[in-house]
Design a protein around this ligand. Structure first.
Ligand code: HEM
Ligand SMILES: *[C@@H]1O[C@H](CO)[C@@H](O)[C@H](O)[C@H]1NC(C)=O
Ligand SMILES: *[C@@H]1O[C@H](CO)[C@@H](O)[C@H](O)[C@H]1NC(C)=O
Ligand SMILES: *[C@@H]1O[C@H](CO)[C@@H](O)[C@H](O)[C@H]1NC(C)=O
Ligand SMILES: *[C@@H]1O[C@H](CO)[C@@H](O)[C@H](O)[C@H]1NC(C)=O
Ligand SMILES: *[C@@H]1O[C@H](CO)[C@@H](O)[C@H](O)[C@H]1NC(C)=O
Ligand SMILES: *[C@@H]1O[C@H](CO)[C@@H](O)[C@H](O)[C@H]1NC(C)=O
Ligand SMILES: *[C@@H]1O[C@H](CO)[C@@H](O)[C@H](O)[C@H]1NC(C)=O
Ligand SMILES: *[C@@H]1O[C@H](CO)[C@@H](O)[C@H](O)[C@H]1NC(C)=O
Ligand SMILES: *[C@@H]1O[C@H](CO)[C@@H](O)[C@H](O)[C@H]1NC(C)=O
Ligand SMILES: *[C@@H]1O[C@H](CO)[C@@H](O)[C@H](O)[C@H]1NC(C)=O
Ligand SMILES: *[C@@H]1O[C@H](CO)[C@@H](O)[C@H](O)[C@H]1NC(C)=O
Ligand SMILES: CC(=O)N[C@H]1CO[C@H](CO)[C@@H](O)[C@@H]1O
Length: 343
């Protein structure tokens, strides 16, 4: 019986809540360190703010916000980085390492990579003129990754509304969270292959997606030729591409959502998400309040706390296994998904 009681007590400690003051004594400047690096990097690469918000999302939806997305391929890890939704698409891994190095210099072996992703997402919102909030902290890093789960859990841009709702419900996120978090598409870019199914032969109809604004359709067709490689980039927010605001929602009302998954939120007949889109479109503060709440909710998914997991010293590898470091790739050439087509 006393053994059972002990387990129960340990269980409470392990399931400790995240807390914004978690590093107040052990790494009091962690937020400003993240902020300084991103202020600097975003001057030459404004898109990095979008890329880092997305990285936190893609981390949290796969075995929780545990930094698993950062783990590289090794003999024992099949990296999430080459899962369908991530491969040749996620960005910012090098910048996360840059932040981690700066944080390690100030407070060695204290701040987890999972917390760095959560902080980088908040700082990114702030630097793009979006909302700021106190980020609950104290996550620990996983010693595993799961590429299969990344393929299962991350939503595809061709999803209809019912599939989107069920993927979010699987993470205990409701339709308000779905609409608010999709508002992150107020910044950043997408490759043609993420929306080209809408442009020429939607659902084998021989016609484009009828919910796509015909003027926007012509623009997108010129950026994304039929049968092309689909690697050109365009802005997710047609109106204000690098400013975190509520224009994403007014775009949807004009059938100017880029991804099918965006437009579904407003253009599914009778859907409960339409009124949420309309309310965020008419009141930016309402959107910002909802976004903050949903980011905190998403940031709590499946977190490791207490003595679970570890604090990685290098975000790409589990501690004590740096296989791959010797062959660390230094090539950082301009990739296909770095070029933007102007519209
Ligand atoms: C609702 C389901 C969602 C789907 C289907 C989806 C899908 C996508 C796709 C396909 C791209 C473009 C990738 C590419 O072409 O390489 C993208 C970009 C992006 N997504 Fe989402 N997303 C969703 C939700 C979210 C959420 C919840 C967030 C964050 C809270 C988010 C943040 C972003 C950002 C900021 C970008 C731009 C990234 C960059 O420019 O590097 N997305 N998303
Ligand atoms: C922790 O630090 C932050 C930022 O300096 C401050 O706002 C907060 O009040 C502190 N919390 C505690 C519990 O000391
Ligand atoms: C700012 O970024 C530049 C490269 O864009 C780098 O050379 C410099 O060291 C960075 N400064 C700080 C303080 O991080
Ligand atoms: C990821 O993309 C590369 C091309 O850049 C491709 O060779 C590789 O097969 C892809 N990985 C997976 C798991 O699909
Ligand atoms: C990865 O996730 C899948 C799907 O939930 C599960 O079946 C599998 O056991 C997991 N693999 C690892 C290595 O955790
Ligand atoms: C959504 O897509 C799924 C998978 O393609 C399909 O089974 C379902 O019928 C679709 N739902 C609606 C409402 O169109
Ligand atoms: C979604 O959950 C939040 C709390 O996390 C709640 O305030 C909100 O009312 C919920 N929305 C719906 C549509 O259930
Ligand atoms: C659209 O796709 C369907 C199925 O692949 C095909 O049968 C049809 O010929 C295509 N239509 C056009 C106009 O390309
Ligand atoms: C990229 O877009 C330009 C127009 O902006 C177009 O001429 C070119 O063919 C496109 N390239 C690819 C690879 O789709
Ligand atoms: C298409 O978008 C333009 C602005 O880009 C807008 O003026 C027009 O009303 C939109 N059309 C529809 C049907 O919403
Ligand atoms: C907009 O939303 C904010 C935040 O929820 C609320 O305080 C305010 O009353 C709303 N404004 C209007 C005009 O409804
Ligand atoms: C981890 O893998 C990425 C590609 O997914 C690569 O760019 C990076 O250099 C690798 N990091 C290390 C430390 O080997
Ligand atoms: C709910 C809603 O606004 N639906 C619109 C979706 O797009 C079509 C065009 O195909 C409009 O006619 C609908 O009003």
């Amino acid at each position: 019986m006393s053994g059972g009681l002990l387990l129960f007590v340990v269980g409470i400690v392990v399931n400790a809540q995240l807390d914004p003051s978690f590093y107040n004594t052990t790494c009091p400047n962690v937020h400003s360190i993240v902020s300084n690096v991103l202020t600097n990097v975003s001057q030459s690469d404004p898109r990095i703010l979008a890329s880092l918000i997305r990285l936190h999302f893609h981390d949290c939806f796969v075995q929780g916000c545990d930094g698993s997305i950062l783990l590289n391929d090794t003999s024992s890890i099949v990296s999430e980085q080459s899962a369908g939704p991530n491969n040749n698409s996620i960005r910012g891994l090098d910048v996360v390492n840059q932040i981690k190095t700066a944080v390690e210099n100030a407070c060695p072996s204290v701040v987890s990579c999972a917390d760095i992703l959560a902080l980088a997402a908040e700082v990114s919102s702030e630097l793009a003129n979006g909302p700021s909030w106190q980020v609950p902290l104290g996550r620990r890093d996983s010693v595993t990754a799961n590429q299969t789960l990344a393929n299962q859990n991350l939503p595809a841009p061709t999803f209809n509304l019912s599939l989107l709702i069920s993927r979010f419900a699987n993470q205990n996120l409701n339709i308000t969270d779905l609409v608010a978090l999709s508002g992150a598409h107020t910044i950043g870019r997408a490759q043609c292959k993420s929306f080209s199914s809408r442009l020429y032969n939607f659902s084998s109809s021989g016609n484009p997606d009828p919910t796509l604004n015909t003027t926007y359709l012509q623009t997108l067709r010129s950026i994304c030729p039929n049968g092309g490689p689909g690697t050109n980039l365009t802005n997710l927010d047609l109106t204000t591409p690098d400013t975190f605001d509520n224009k994403y929602y007014s775009n949807l009302q004009q059938q100017n959502g880029l991804l099918q998954s965006d437009q579904e939120l407003w253009n599914t007949t009778g859907a409960s998400t339409i009124s949420i889109v309309n309310s965020f479109s008419s009141n930016q503060s309402l959107f910002f309040e909802a976004f903050k709440a949903s980011m905190i909710k998403m940031g709590n998914i499946g977190v490791l706390t207490g003595s679970q997991g570890e604090i990685r010293t290098q975000c790409n590898f589990v501690n004590g296994n740096s296989s791959g470091l010797a062959t660390m790739v230094t090539k950082e050439s301009l990739q296909d998904n770095e070029r933007v087509s102007s519209i």
